[in-house]
Ligand binder design. Sequence first.
Ligand code: ADP
Ligand code: MG
Length: 304
Amino acid sequence: MSQIVCDNLVKIYKVADLEVVALQGLDLVVDAGELIAIVGASGSGKSTLQNILGGLDTPTAGRAEVAGFDLTGLGTRERTNYRRRVVGFIWQQTARNLFPYLSAAENVELPLVLDGLGSRTRRARSRELLGLVGMSDRAAHRPDQLSGGEQQRVAIAIALANRPKVLLADEPTGELDSESAEEIFAAFRAINETLGVTVMVLTHDPLVSTQVNRTIAIRDGRTSTETLRRAEVDAAGERRIIAEEFALLDRVGRLQLPSEYVDALELERRVRLALEPDHVGVWPDRPRPRRRPETGDGEEGERG
Ligand code: ADP
Ligand code: MG
C-alpha cells in the first residue's frame, strides 16, 4: 500500500518579483513500512519537500498525499490533527528537537502529557521508545548531558511518541560524526522494523545509500535516479551489500539520461532508439558508421 504519493508536485517561491522553482514536477511513491532516503545537493528541494509532506507548507501545483490525507486541501483543524498524529519530524539542529530542562524520558513523555495520557502509560511508552533507539541507560539525562548523536536518538523517540505513521527527518546527521550517524541509522532501522513506521530521511550525503534499502536522488526539484540496496552471497559464500542505481521512468515513459552518458556520446536534441528483445538501444542522431569487421584492434568483442 502506498503511503506517500507525490504526483507532478510543483513549488514556486515568490521573493519580491523573482520566482524560485524549488520543485518542478516531482513524482514519488513510498509504500507503507519503507525506510527510504532522498538524497540531493544543497538547493535541490529536499527541505521544500519535507515542509510539504509535513503539512507545514502547501504546493503550488500537483498532488501530495500522505497516509490518505490530501495535503493540498487540508482545513486548519485537519492540518493540526495531521501534524500531531500522522507525521513526526526530526530536524537537523539537535537543539530544536528537545526541551533543554527536561530529561530524555520527560522529553518523550511531553507530547503524551499534552494528549492527557496517564503517567503509567506515558512511562511505559517512553521506556519502550528509548529502548528501541538504544537510549535506555540515558533516560534520566538532560540534553546538555548527552552527545549530539544521543540527542538525535532521543529526538527520534520524541517524534514517535504520538505513534505517527510517517517519520520525516531533514539532514538528521548533518551535525554529527560518521560513527554517531551510523547509530542514528541503526535507530531508524530498529523503529522501522519494530513499529512498522514509514521513515523518510532527506540528506545531501550520497553515502546514505549504504544505510537504507532504497535511495531516491533528487536534482533540480525532480526525482532523477533510484538506488536499491540488497544483500548478495558471492561465489566464495561471503555476504555482500550491493547498491545498484536505476534511472526512473515516469508515467508517460519519459526517462532522463545521466549527463555523463549524454556527454560521452555527444547526444543532442534527438536520439535514435531501437527496441531489442530485452533492452532498448540509444544512438546519437548521426549517420551510423558502417560496422567494421570484428578484427580491428581496440574493438570490444570476443578474441581467441
Ligand atoms: P535543500 O533542502 O535541498 O537544500 P530547499 O528546499 O531548501 O533545498 O531549497 C530549494 C530551492 O528553493 C533553493 O533554490 C532555495 O533557495 C529555494 N527556497 C527554499 N525556501 C525558500 C523560501 N522560503 N523562499 C524563497 N526561496 C526558497
Ligand atoms: Mg535543506
